[in-house]
Design a protein. Structure first.
Length: 473
RNA sequence: GGCGGGUUGGCGGAGAGGUUACGCAGCGGAUUGCAAAUCCGUGAAGACCGGUUCGAUUCCGGUACCCGCCUCCA
């Protein structure tokens, strides 16, 4: 199986060649844990979850290492911790920060679980790797790539000749177009912070440069190195991180570990829009994953909508898509439960067409089209197993539904008979009011009513409600 | 201002230099007491202007518009 991926580094679609097929390594930039994940945060999670599943399928589940970090050093978190302390909460600032991040991480896990995302193999937290960050910063100073100035440690951008290569920018162009105020102690306006001093109201750690905290970019370099080594296969994240975050990661890592070549393949997902517009608080179209779940949009629906758009295109979240997808997933659930042999489906491989589609630079849209074809061609076991593979409908869902329907089978049979006899008499009397009333009630209970000359069939639909059925007996 | 991406039928959204994408919706028909479901059939596209080519929606250039990044928002 040949996987092809668009590498941001070369701007080309390339054959994926892992450094070590027995341990394929991927690092993805995770969230800053200061609040609930918004819908945009879900996109890289879902995109790289699909890639993770594909890699596990191709190289074996035990031969892929997926790391996604939690950024738990951040001024927004500090602000919240400080607010709590001032409101009378007990504990040190560091403890209050920890409390806030723990809470946020638990939310994040719950929300991403709802989206069907597998847990990465490692979820390192920046605060657990301060030692490595300090060591890496010291090493960069020793090698002449960083310098101390005004209590800060800054990376010397001019010392790395390829700076800007990933994002296609030159240092000179960026300076020319910069709209940022430049700290006077910087040697070069583009130099960025590796370490900065902390005031008494900010969490901090001891370092050779005094009590302080790391800059944002260094954590990913340090954690990727610690967990994946000097060179690894894939680095992913949102397109907005390409510059400066990923550029800076590359610069730090390349300079600190000149014998490694950091990530071989860089993957960037495009951004999310909502009803055709950028999601923002000012436009009033900002919402979290939890908001959607609470509004009754199932996680699988969110996931499916995301997979409809290729990861390298902007994705537009619309309520209309969610409605359409909900119906489609409902159909799959009904079909899979009715026609698949669930015991053997578990042992069936996902449809090769779907794997092929994913292997071609994660063509998730084509994969979904192929799923439709599985249903069209009555490949029920593959339909079920492929939906499970993609995280869209877990096996357990099919099994749970089968169990639920088994409990209603007798009731359905009785109602079928009732409806048949009512109909027979109505055909004679030409008064269909009783038949139509029962039919409406059945439809209201989520049952599809199929009447033909051959007879009557009652098929529970995706929204079948056994309780409403009871009421009709 | 600098850099990057995009513009496909009513909607969503792909691939491929020439052959039906596909899904949803629509329309016609079969079927039905009426429906639903199903089946059969069917219309509809490639922002604009040039260029390359026997032939371009697909390659190249320009224009317009949209979007992102340049501000620790994925």
């Amino acid at each position: 199986m040949k996987i092809r991926l668009t590498n941001s580094k070369t701007r080309r679609k390339e054959d994926f060649q892992p450094i070590d097929p027995s341990n394929v390594r991927m690092y993805v930039c995770g969230p800053t844990v200061y609040d609930r994940a918004h819908l945009g945060n879900a996109r890289p999670v879902i995109v790289f979850d699909v890639l993770y599943r594909l890699l596990r399928h191709v190289y074996g589940p035990d031969h892929v290492t997926y790391v996604r970090n939690f950024t738990d050093v951040d001024d927004k978190i500090n602000a919240e911790a400080l607010r709590r302390q001032k409101a009378g909460a007990t504990g040190t600032l560091e403890e209050l920060v920890h409390e806030r991040t723990e809470e946020t991480i638990a939310w994040y896990h719950a929300d991403m679980n709802a989206l069907g995302a597998l847990r990465p193999d490692h979820e390192p937290r920046a605060t657990e790797y301060i030692t490595q960050m300090v060591a890496m910063t010291a090493d960069l100073i020793a090698k002449g790539h960083a310098y101390e100035a005004n209590g800060h440690v800054l990376f010397r951008v001019r010392s790395y000749k390829d700076y800007g290569k990933l994002s296609g920018r030159s240092v000179d162009d960026m300076i020319a177009g910069a709209r940022v105020e430049i700290a006077p102690y910087k040697e070069d306006p583009m130099d960025f912070v590796l370490w900065k001093p902390s005031s008494g109201e900010e969490p901090g750690w001891a370092s050779p440069w005094g009590r302080g905290r790391p800059g944002w970019h260094i954590e990913c370099s340090a954690m990727a190195h610690e967990l994946l080594g000097e060179s690894f296969d894939i680095h992913g994240g949102g397109l907005d991180l390409q510059f400066p975050h990923h550029e800076n990661e590359i610069a730090q890592s390349a300079c600190a570990h000149p014998h490694g070549d950091f990530a071989h393949y860089w993957l960037h997902n495009e951004m999310l829009q909502v009803e055709g517009k950028k999601m923002s608080k000012s436009l009033g179209n900002f919402f979290t994953v939890r908001d959607l779940l609470d509004r009754g949009v199932p996680g699988e629906v969110i996931r499916f909508v995301f997979l409809m758009t290729h990861y390298r295109s902007p994705m537009d979240w619309t309520a209309e898509k969610a409605v359409a997808v909900d119906a489609k997933l409902g159909d799959y659930l009904v079909l899979g439960e009715r026609f698949a042999d669930l015991s053997t489906a578990r042992l069936t491989a996902p449809a090769p067409e779907v794997i092929e589609a994913l292997a071609d630079d994660l063509n998730t849209h084509l994969a979904l089209v192929e799923i439709d074809r599985l249903a069209d061609n009555a490949r029920w076991n593959e339909l079920v197993t492929t939906l499970d593979f993609l995280g869209l409908v877990p096996f357990e869902r099919f099994e749970a539904r089968r169990a639920e329907l088994a409990g209603s089978a007798a009731n359905l049979a009785r109602l079928t008979e009732t409806l048949a006899s009512d109909r027979a008499s109505a055909m004679a009397s030409k008064d269909f009011s009783t038949v139509d009333a029962l039919k409406s009630a059945l439809i209201a209970a989520g049952v599809e009513v199929r009447m033909s000359k051959a007879g009557i069939e009652l098929v529970p639909g995706p929204d079948f409600d056994p309780a409403k059925l009871e009421a009709l007996l």
